[in-house]
Design a protein around this ligand. Structure first.
Ligand SMILES: [Zn+2]
Length: 284
């Protein structure tokens, strides 16, 4: 066989092998996600919200809607105040894109966040942007981490929430895990004894991480979205920079399968005992 035909045969063979392998991985992930959802549905109780102000912390502009969009819409519909706090500026989602600059994506994601949260019934005065550089929380130094915890603690002191929602740890994202630690430190510093709930995002995409919460969380609760499914979908649609490929990229920032998983018929939250602080509690 001439060399050229052998080369073509090798390329075609490798392509089929790669496609089959990716397809097999995708099918395996889908079945594990389905299994996790089944376990969660039958190991969780119905979530009963507490009367009063709620704060949702999000490392990036979209986490709050993907993880808690139905909950935010429900609480606003019932007339309770909800505040959303974004830790980072979101500037890391399009790094190395040939036409989208970091300042441009920061502006766009901020605009998208306001539009998404308006869909969920929130007012812009209840949205807080702390503007830490996106992608730096996992390597944040002690001084910056402490300063950020202080800013969050001040906010908690002013808002006095009865419930706080933050990304779960582990969440298969080093930035989410780092944000979790900084927020927990801030809760200690604020002296506030709010109920603390954790919501999954990337751990849906990494089923073994989600299993950790299914087996180890002290409480698992479930919020069926029911009437708020459409509000959540409308809010997610505002985040076009994350959900639609930005040419010449052919993939969206949030993988399509993960997006479908996060648009299911229920949201799930986990509670753990508050981990101990390594510093004295603030005066209440
Ligand atoms: Zn995120």
């Amino acid at each position: 066989m001439p060399h050229r035909q052998i080369a073509v045969a090798v390329v075609v063979g490798l392509s089929f092998w790669t496609i089959s392998r990716n397809r097999a991985k995708s099918l395996l992930r889908a079945s594990l996600v389905h299994g996790n959802r089944f376990l969660l549905r039958f190991s969780s109780r119905a979530y009963r919200p507490q009367d009063g102000l709620m704060v949702v912390f999000a490392p990036h502009q979209d986490d709050e809607t993907l993880g808690c969009g139905g909950l935010i819409a429900l609480r606003r519909y019932e007339g309770w105040p909800v505040h959303v706090v974004f830790l980072t500026d979101g500037g890391g989602s399009h790094l190395n894109h040939p036409t989208v600059s970091v300042p441009a994506i920061i502006d766009r994601r901020r605009t998208e966040a306001r539009a998404a949260l308006a869909e969920l019934g929130m007012e812009s005065c209840a949205i807080h942007f702390l503007d830490e550089p996106d992608g730096t929380l996992a390597s944040i130094d002690a001084d910056r981490s402490s300063a950020l915890s202080d800013r969050i603690a001040d906010l908690l002191g002013k808002l006095q929430p009865v419930e706080v929602f933050l990304p779960c740890n582990p969440d298969a994202s080093s930035e989410h895990d780092a944000a979790h630690g900084i927020i927990i430190q801030a809760i200690h510093r604020s002296g506030r004894r709010s109920s603390v709930w954790q919501y999954p995002i990337w751990s849906w995409w990494n089923p073994l991480r989600l299993l950790h919460h299914i087996f180890h969380a002290q409480q698992r609760v479930r919020l069926p979205l029911a009437d708020f499914t459409a509000s959540k979908a409308a809010a997610i649609a505002c985040y076009g920079s994350q959900t639609i490929p930005t040419p010449p990229w052919s993939e969206s920032v949030i993988p399509t399968e993960l997006l479908a998983t996060l648009q299911s018929d229920a949201e799930y939250f986990f509670a753990y005992p508050l981990p101990p602080s390594h510093e004295p509690l603030a005066e209440i």
